[in-house]
Design a protein around this ligand. Structure first.
Ligand SMILES: [Zn+2]
Length: 324
């Protein structure tokens, strides 16, 4: 048993095995929750958001943790006493805390068995409420306590603007760190210089040339935009008398825009109105749908997307493809 423990999101194909393990009463650190009747269905719902994490040693399961993202609550943390290492629960909690924080969640709660209160306090959970009767305790961790200063600063800005605390969680949008290195990709249709990360810039250049060879003129509306840009945009709209709710229907909250990462472009074509759904009727859009993937670009907010964001056929984001 010299192999280390690795923590990773569970895969759909593993659900039946995991459900059997849960049914076989692996010890759970959580308390006071009835096991769901349909464990497989229940676990499967956690997969798309990576809210089911496994600790493995080689091909053996050492533990699993389940996160209810909507309520920022840890649902279960099972450990296999034979395979788990003393540090395994800490690793599992660390993984879901990182995940919750990536959606901008500020705290995590869980209802634990009384006997694990000591352990939970060593990983930063404080007792919020002691429940009489069944020996359960509700504990809570402030995820921002040890967060990076830039993140604390951003949260302060979001609060000032009145962005709801659960904005990222509800829309399943992650915080996107601002790109650190940017290079020019030339002017946009308003003659402003635009920038992307070096990798995204190269991919954009290649895609644009390939489109031009097919008689398609891909034009740029916008590329990198920092957090400050987004804050000013929202302040301007608020000053114009628009409600925050309406503003957030068409603009991402600061910190959550893919444009911060320097990998997203808003594209238009001659004869199209920029940033309008009608772009979807253009030849340029059809070309992007067929060819964008070859250059690493994906449409982020398709028709009826899981973020509940209106269709943005003009918004394409470059995703690193490993091994190329
Ligand atoms: Zn965009």
């Amino acid at each position: 048993m010299t192999e280390g423990i690795k923590v990773r999101p569970a895969r759909t194909a593993e659900i039946p095995t995991l459900a059997r393990l849960v049914e076989n009463q692996l010890p759970d650190m959580m308390a006071g929750r009835k096991r769901p009747d349909n464990i497989e269905g229940y676990l499967a719902r956690l997969i798309p958001d990576q809210c089911l994490m496994l600790a493995t040693r080689g091909n053996r399961l050492a533990g699993l943790i389940a996160l209810d993202l909507d309520h920022t609550r840890v649902l279960a943390c099972y450990l296999d006493p034979e395979t788990a290492a003393p540090d395994t629960p800490r690793q599992l909690f660390g993984a879901v805390e990182k995940l919750a924080l990536s959606y901008g969640a500020r705290s995590l709660t869980c209802q634990i068995k009384k006997q694990v209160t000591g352990f939970m306090s060593t990983i930063g959970y404080e007792t919020a409420e002691a429940l009489d009767g069944d020996g359960a305790v509700v504990v809570e961790k402030n995820l921002l306590a040890k967060a990076r200063p830039e993140l604390k600063e951003l949260i302060k800005l979001l609060d000032e603007l009145g962005i709801p605390e659960n904005y990222g969680v509800r829309r399943r949008l992650k915080l996107i760190p601002e790109a650190s290195t940017l290079v020019s990709i030339g002017p946009d249709i308003f003659n402003r210089d635009q920038r992307l990360t070096p990798a995204a810039a190269t991919a954009w250049g290649r895609m644009r040339s390939a489109a031009a060879n097919n008689g398609i003129d891909l034009q740029l509306v916008s590329a990198y935009r920092g957090v400050t840009y987004q804050v000013n945009l929202i302040r301007r709209r608020l000053n114009e008398g628009k409600s925050l709710e309406d503003i957030l229907k068409v603009s991402a909250a600061p910190g959550y825009s893919e444009h911060h990462g320097g990998r997203a472009v808003d594209v238009t074509a001659p004869g199209c109105k920029p940033l309008e759904e009608s772009f979807a009727d253009s030849r340029a859009y059809r070309w992007l749908k067929s060819n964008g993937g070859i250059y690493g670009f994906r449409e982020s907010f398709g028709m009826a997307n899981r973020h509940g964001i209106s269709w943005e056929p003009w918004h394409w984001c470059y995703h690193h493809r490993p091994g190329r």
